[in-house]
Design a protein around this ligand. Sequence first.
Ligand code: ZN
Length: 157
Amino acid sequence: MDAGFSITLPRQAYTVAVVRDILDTLLRRGGLCRECVDDILIAVSEAGANAVEHGDPAPDYTVEAELGPRWGEVRISHTGRAPDNARLAERFANETVPLPGPEAESGRGIVLMRYLMDEVAFQDEPRTMVALRKRRTICDHPWESPPPERATRYALL
Ligand SMILES: [Zn+2]
């Protein structure tokens, strides 16, 4: 990957909209089309809301984005532990896991993420993390490598 970005935010609901705004700008500038960016933003909103709701006892969560010539990837992670990480991992990995009932908000979010992204991945060590990947295709602008001084990883916080 050629351009990276990371931000750490308190686990409060309003921050999910902040992440959405930042990624909107970043991904658009990175050449992804409106539709792909919108898909990613919806998936990121789901993952971010899950981190805010279920990330206890972590005080914050981190969003990392990487853009390269073929893929865009956004990772949402925190140091908290979901009570049912094993079941979560299964839901992320297995297309045949049935739709959860209407009370299971986070479960439906996972189904949505799988639908909108080309790949989703879940890991619970060393941080609880959701990775969302979208392929750069013909609908998007071709990747132009940023100049060297902008190619290094930087952080807002
Ligand atoms: Zn696109």
